[in-house]
Design a protein around this ligand. Structure first.
Ligand SMILES: Cc1cc2nc3c(=O)[nH]c(=O)nc-3n(C[C@H](O)[C@H](O)[C@H](O)COP(=O)(O)OP(=O)(O)OC[C@H]3O[C@@H](n4cnc5c(N)ncnc54)[C@H](O)[C@@H]3O)c2cc1C
Length: 301
């Protein structure tokens, strides 16, 4: 069955749900189309949502309503060579007061909440719906088709918010089909369970304060870096590698992650952590050259 809307947003990540919510609040009949069984189901990132004026525009009391883990009061960088290192840490009083400066979050919880807010504002959320193509009419995008569904979704405007490797933008001819490994990185992350009082004591935190630390020189010669973020009762620990450099090293992300976790400076931070999950995702690093055309007839990326 073909259904018609005033706008279709493909992808219920932070960008898509924000777009759908904003249009729904403006009174438009919007479809928010997501391939996961719920928004955020398979979405991952390192873990710190930095303070965003755009988000505060949508929700002035954002930090009261969103499912957040800890607010970041301390940011550190550890510079490492072998078993030697030095640290820099920034700690600011304003980081500990609303609206804070950044928060650790879990994407499955956060993305789901944001999409639910879009639904409360009037958007129609369609989950388990993978967009497979754009529908063209008179040389302009007029809707999308969904894998395994008969009929189409029609609208005068489609918003492609299906991530940095937007399939919808590709189908609309707005981006190139291939990427150069020299322009890509891969991020891998382990979630380690640790009691909240251990996290508080180990990192010098109280209440729901959090710590975000980046690492330089921790990737055994592969171009990249590391991170450790405190959630309420777990740590998000990971590495980001330049893909071409990883390939020429002959190492696997798994090897490098284990080497990272065993380095003395890192080992003492993660001691006792129980592995809850692993995840990984590509990250485009090509900058301006990788940005697709941002709009076409009937579509905006
Ligand atoms: C390893 C890693 C670590 C990162 N760490 C951080 C960090 O700590 N802090 C930070 O601010 N940013 C971080 N980022 C960047 C951040 O994740 C992105 O900027 C953010 O996710 C972009 O949001 P988005 O809504 O544009 O896209 P996405 O979050 O990618 O959402 C796209 C949505 O579209 C859906 N979708 C995709 N294809 C289709 C389709 N064909 N049909 C229907 N639905 C579809 C997906 O399921 C998803 O829900 C990190 C990224 C990576 C990869």
């Amino acid at each position: 069955m073909t259904r018609s809307f005033q706008a279709i947003v493909v992808g219920a990540g932070p960008a898509g749900s924000s777009a759908a919510l904003t249009m729904a609040r403006a009174g438009l009949d919007v479809a928010l189309v997501e391939r996961g069984s719920f928004p955020g189901e398979k979405n991952m990132f390192g873990g710190v949502l930095h303070r965003l004026p755009g988000l505060e525009k949508i929700f002035p009391d954002f930090w009261e309503r969103a499912p957040l883990e800890r607010h970041i009061i301390k940011k550190g960088v550890t510079f490492m060579t072998g078993d030697s290192s030095f640290n820099t840490v920034i700690e600011a009083g304003s980081f500990d007061r609303p609206p804070y400066n950044g928060y650790t979050i879990f994407r499955p919880r956060f993305d789901r909440w944001l999409a639910e807010e879009a639904v409360k504002a009037g958007a129609t959320l369609l989950t388990r719906s993978t967009v497979e193509d754009v529908v063209m009419k008179n040389d302009q995008v007029a809707g999308v088709s969904i894998v395994g569904r008969k009929g189409e979704l029609r609208a005068p405007v489609v918003v492609a918010a299906d991530g940095v490797l937007s399939f919808t933008a590709l189908k609309a001819g707005l981006r190139r089909p291939t990427f150069d490994p020299g322009q890509m990185a891969v991020g891998v992350k382990a979630l380690l369970e640790l009691p909240s009082d251990v996290i508080d004591e180990r990192f010098g935190l109280v209440r729901e304060q959090g710590f975000a630390n980046e690492f330089v020189g921790c990737t055994s010669g592969v171009r990249g870096g590391g991170f450790l973020y405190t959630n309420y009762d777990s740590l998000s620990v990971g590495l980001v590698f330049h893909l071409a450099s990883l390939k020429s090293s002959g190492k696997t992300p798994y090897d490098l992650m284990n080497e990272f976790l065993e380095q003395p400076q890192v080992a003492k931070m993660v001691r006792g952590g129980k592995l809850r999950e692993y995840s990984a995702h590509l990250i485009p690093e090509g900058g301006y050259k990788m940005i697709p055309e941002l709009y076409g007839a009937g579509i905006v990326v």
